[in-house]
Write a protein that binds this ligand. Structure first.
Ligand code: AGP
Length: 369
């Protein structure tokens, strides 16, 4: 009843609001107090093996796959190791090039998803070292992995994943920094700023929740949408993928995410007068490119809702509404950008009167292949 939902009308809304706490718990005891590094004491990589590491494969389903896309990018940028993210049900059947010099990362909230588990067993059989990122202590994925990083998000009841997703990204960030420390890779991105920003992330997620009233207004309008497009570049494209899945799964509105630069290669043909486009712009380096992509859809009549990092200017003139996000390190922006997209899906579903916590045809954990 209402009591176990902590006074919220739905578990999903409760879990969205739990994210500042959940992110804090994921980080707890894992960032060195000096701000110089991370502590992942459940991960025991052999330093010599790390030097020979050829690739990291991140494998998962659904929302966890979207977290994996972000994690893969972080591992490449921070640790300088090639990283591939794949959907578990695809990975299994394509004879992947996985061997002893591979780190395989399984990401699963429940730790019981059949395809993720099977992909992990396949990788193990091929000699990979297997690390699990999961929320459920003692789950199958946790038991069968060589190393486990728990997300500590607390129980997630709503079918639509929210706090499990944001904490998976945080756990993957910690893993990427840990790998960077072991490889000694010093790419163009200093780790110090990132760790600074990581420590402030719970407050930033809290601040991101302040957009709720603005989003509610968009969500009410979204109740009448038939389709929606989510566009972004770089990490914003991955955030867009999660935004569209959330909207589809609980509001039953058809939605599609597209890398903004790819629109003119086909999808732009679908944009007409009034088509809703949610444009994400959280990456300073991609600001201008995003503005020109927004101009493209505006010229075809799209109604644009911009979700931007607060300090990035120039979006208001194209957007019906501009949702402003707190400033964190660009690599961490997907965590704060998740909040308004979750709230949008939630309020669209409420406007449509769907069963928010238990959407039709879906199960919380998919234990069949
Ligand atoms: C998320 O909102 C979905 N319900 C779904 O995509 C989910 O993330 C997926 O089934 C993976 O579940 P897992 O993390 O428990 O493995």
């Amino acid at each position: 009843g209402q009591a176990e939902r902590g006074g919220y009308p739905h578990f999903m809304l409760k879990e969205i609001h739990e994210q500042p706490r959940a992110v804090r718990d994921t980080l707890s005891g894992r960032v060195h107090p000096s701000g110089e590094g991370v502590i992942l004491d459940t991960v025991r990589f052999d330093p010599q093996w790390i030097q020979q590491l050829r690739a990291v494969y991140l494998v998962a389903c659904g929302t966890a796959y979207h977290a994996g896309l972000i994690g893969g990018r972080l591992i490449e940028r921070l640790a300088g190791i090639p990283a591939w993210t794949e959907i578990a049900s695809e990975f299994r059947y394509r004879e992947p090039l996985v061997d002893e010099r591979t780190l395989f990362v399984a990401i699963s909230q429940s730790g019981e998803t059949a395809d993720t588990l099977a992909a992990m067993r396949e990788a193990k059989r091929r000699g990979a070292r297997v690390l699990a990122i999961t929320n459920v202590v003692g789950s199958s994925v946790a038991r069968e992995a060589d190393d486990v990083v728990y997300t500590w998000a607390g129980p997630e009841i709503a079918v639509a994943s929210t706090k499990a997703y944001t904490t998976q990204i945080v756990a993957l960030t910690l893993l990427a920094v840990h790998l960077a420390e072991l490889t000694g890779f010093t790419g163009p991105l200093g780790r110090k700023n990132l760790l600074e920003s990581l420590r402030q992330l719970p407050e930033a997620v809290e601040a991101a929740l302040h957009v709720e009233e603005d989003i509610k207004a968009i969500g009410d309008a979204a109740g009448g949408w038939r389709d929606a497009f989510f566009i972004g570049r770089g990490l914003d494209y991955f955030a867009a993928l999660e935004g569209q899945l959330k909207l589809k799964e609980i509001s039953y509105i058809h939605a599609e995410a597209y890398p903004a630069g790819e629109l003119k290669h086909g999808t732009l043909a679908l944009i007409e007068q009034g088509t809703p486009v949610i444009a994400l712009a959280t990456q300073p380096a991609l600001r201008e490119k995003m503005i020109s992509n927004i101009e493209e859809v505006r010229a075809r009549g799209a109604t644009v809702y911009a979700v931007v990092r607060r300090d990035l200017s120039g979006f208001e003139r194209y957007a019906r509404q501009t949702v402003k996000l707190p400033v964190v390190h660009p690599l961490l922006m997907p965590v704060v950008a998740a909040v308004p997209l979750q709230l949008l899906a939630y309020y669209a579903a409420v406007a449509k009167g769907t069963d928010v916590d238990k959407p039709r045809n879906l199960a919380k954990s998919v234990t069949v292949e």
